[in-house]
Design a binder for this molecule. Sequence first.
Ligand SMILES: NC(=O)c1ccc[n+]([C@@H]2O[C@H](COP(=O)([O-])OP(=O)(O)OC[C@H]3O[C@@H](n4cnc5c(N)ncnc54)[C@H](O)[C@@H]3O)[C@@H](O)[C@H]2O)c1
Length: 379
Amino acid sequence: MAKTLGVGIIGSGNISTTYLGLAPLFKGIKIRAVADINNEAATARAAEFGVEARSIDALLSSDDIDLIVNLTIPDAHFDVSKQILSAGKHLYSEKPLTLSLKDGLELQKLATTKNLKAGCAPDTFLGGAHQLARKLVDDGEVGTLTSGTAHVMSHGMEHWHPNPDFFFRPGGGPILDLGPYYIANLINLIGPVKRVAALTSMATPTRTISSAPRAGEKIDVTTPTTIQALLEFESGASITLSASWDVWAHNHPNMELYGTEGSLFLPDPNFFGGKVKLAKPGKKAKAVKAWAHPLGIPNQKHSEGMMANYRCAGLADMAVAILEDRDIRCSLERALHGVDVMVSILRSGEEKKFIDIQTSCSRPQALGVKEAKSLLKKQ
Ligand SMILES: NC(=O)c1ccc[n+]([C@@H]2O[C@H](COP(=O)([O-])OP(=O)(O)OC[C@H]3O[C@@H](n4cnc5c(N)ncnc54)[C@H](O)[C@@H]3O)[C@@H](O)[C@H]2O)c1
């Protein structure tokens, strides 16, 4: 069997640079070509990274492509993913998988019927910091997790993204855009969610873009930008999740989990690395010694300093899983459960009642140091 899958990308926008830039670190994947509804975007991106630009139809029917990554905007995810699976290619999608549970279930059915694999970002929970937290939980360091808090709050996306419209339309908003990182991490640590409730609102009906090239242009806000949610897990644990793009500053930590034997303090689930802290009964929280996990090693310069960025880890894990015939960590089953949780949070805000989650899933296999090293080319 081949050792590498031929990979194509549909959607040559902002995040495609990260995929094209980081893919060479990983085994199992070789990005051969990119496509976009806007041919110019694909041509420019292809030239930048030395891959081919193809039309969407040509990519879908290419014999050298086994798996296609969907990096289009959220409200195109379902249609493009459906085209990918219908063309007989394995699918890896950026988050959110779909904007409704119905569409996600249709993709799941299509993948099963066509005997294809499907996976979905986020993959940041595979990072060194979050896998360290996972190991502490699995080793019983905090006992049974019973509750916790998660906060993802800032003042929006219109100051950095060149085309921020999609963030403020249905399919965007902080729950569907950033919620996937938090919910995937919570599923990784606690397991599936049973029911949710939420209050949802928006601070202003329009936003003014301050990033180039459209600075000064006003865009309509048609999805909630502040969400206060309660999540009850199948295990009985309860979590409060605050997600907002209407907050200028705050002092809340990203994620804290409380167990019968201690408390765990996690870094931002939107990133792979960071400090994990642990507090044992009656003791102050202490930083846990970082372990030699390769997906936690800082490798990119950011304004706040060096950070770990290993996006593509989930895609590589999926490719290796296909080649080795094992389970995918960033699986469709978990992404679908995530969609169910997120759309139910938004529905609860509209209907003003608790919503029972219809789907369930298993926790992904932990990705320890050895397993993470086995995904990377250099060890
Ligand atoms: N930008 C980031 O930092 C980031 C980080 C993580 C995840 N994501 C996710 O990645 C996805 C893409 O985000 P982005 O920031 O790259 O957006 P973007 O707007 O920069 O790029 C999207 C690209 O998709 C193309 N496109 C739109 N509809 C299409 C269709 N029907 N068929 C083919 N091409 C189509 C657009 O022409 C555009 O080039 C989103 O789901 C987003 O949530 C983005």
